[in-house]
Design a binder for this molecule. Structure first.
Ligand code: CP
Ligand code: NVA
Length: 307
């Protein structure tokens, strides 16, 4: 059903297709922990992972996932390819399609991924763009499913830079799974594309809304935060830190949320900025489970999409 498809934002997947990817992730994780690490369903095929920006979790989890599916993996910076000397994205896509079975990329501009997808004959997977981080959202949903015992009807508050890629992908997956997603941050950083991100809400009962009040963390299943200055936004650092300082997730915010609330972060964290050490290292933090789940969800995505 998903074979050969691109994964650029998750918006292109129906709710039942997202659930299928999560069920596959859960099953691959169970098999992994039972000792069945290698599931060579794509033996002999090749994945290329292209990075315009740094990465630890995505680079390693996606590479390991591909190896565990029996694939060969090429990891490269964009700079090392002729792309770095001005070869077009379209010509790169056409060329790579003759060698590899899947192209995954982390890019500054989401439009580069769209162009890759337009000209490639093989699936293109988003490893993070300025707009979306869909593989992260899959890992986040798997983590919440494990911790809260359900996939739908969850309430999640994203606190901080509500305009960023991770917040967008959380809203998209929440809309597919019937969540209440509260995007809490300063009005200056509010998004104007909420209705697009929540286009499945009518079908799933999801609600996605923005607020500038930390009071809105009350009663959520999880409080999620991310860095205040995403990669590519360094020029705006000073202004963002000024706007976001009141939105640090500390012990007080977690108390306001209530004892049922987990703490989530996609990592890397700027400790002492968007989150305090006591919260990220505290008993309600599930950040290492999120990080582990990047492996199992990447494996499911590659397993399902690779032709
Ligand atoms: N969460 C995440 O994507 O981490 P990396 O930037 O280390 O890949
Ligand atoms: N929003 C962050 C996520 C890093 C995984 C960034 O884009 O830098």
């Amino acid at each position: 059903m998903l074979r050969g498809r691109d994964l650029l934002s998750l918006m292109e997947f129906k709710p039942d297709e997202v659930i299928m990817l999560l069920e596959m992730s859960k099953s691959l994780k169970a098999r992994y922990h039972a000792g069945e690490i290698i599931v060579p369903i794509h033996a002999g095929k090749t994945a290329i992972l292209i990075f315009e920006k740094p990465s630890t979790r995505t680079r390693v989890s996606t590479s390991v996932a591909a190896y565990q599916l029996g694939m060969n993996v090429i990891v490269t910076s964009a700079q090392e390819l002729q792309l770095g000397r001005g070869e077009t994205v379209a010509d790169t896509a056409r060329t790579l399609s003759r060698y590899v079975h899947v192209i995954a990329a982390r890019v500054y501009s989401h439009s580069s991924l769209e162009e890759l997808a337009q000209y490639a004959d093989v699936p293109v997977i988003n490893l993070l763009s300025d707009k979306f981080h869909p593989l992260q959202a899959l890992a986040d949903a798997l983590t919440l499913w494990e911790k809260k015992g359900k996939l739908s009807g969850l309430k999640v508050a994203f606190v901080g830079d509500v305009g960023n890629n991770v917040a967008a992908s959380l809203a998209v997956i929440g809309s597919k799974l019937g969540w209440e997603v509260r995007l809490i941050g300063p009005r200056q950083l509010w998004r104007n594309d909420i209705s697009k991100l929540s286009d499945d809400a009518d079908k799933t009962g999801a609600s996605i809304y923005q607020s500038d009040s930390l009071e809105d963390v009350k009663g959520v299943d999880a409080v999620y935060t991310d860095v205040w200055v995403s990669m590519g936004f360094e020029k705006e650092a000073e202004e963002r830190v000024r706007l976001l300082r009141p939105y640090q997730v500390d012990g007080r915010v977690m108390s306001l949320a209530g004892p049922q609330a987990l703490f989530m972060h996609c990592l890397p964290a700027h400790r002492g900025q968007e989150v305090t050490d006591d919260v990220i290292d505290g008993p309600r933090s599930v950040v290492w489970d999120q990080a582990e789940n990047r492996l199992h969800t990447a494996k499911a995505a590659l397993a399902a999409l690779t032709p």
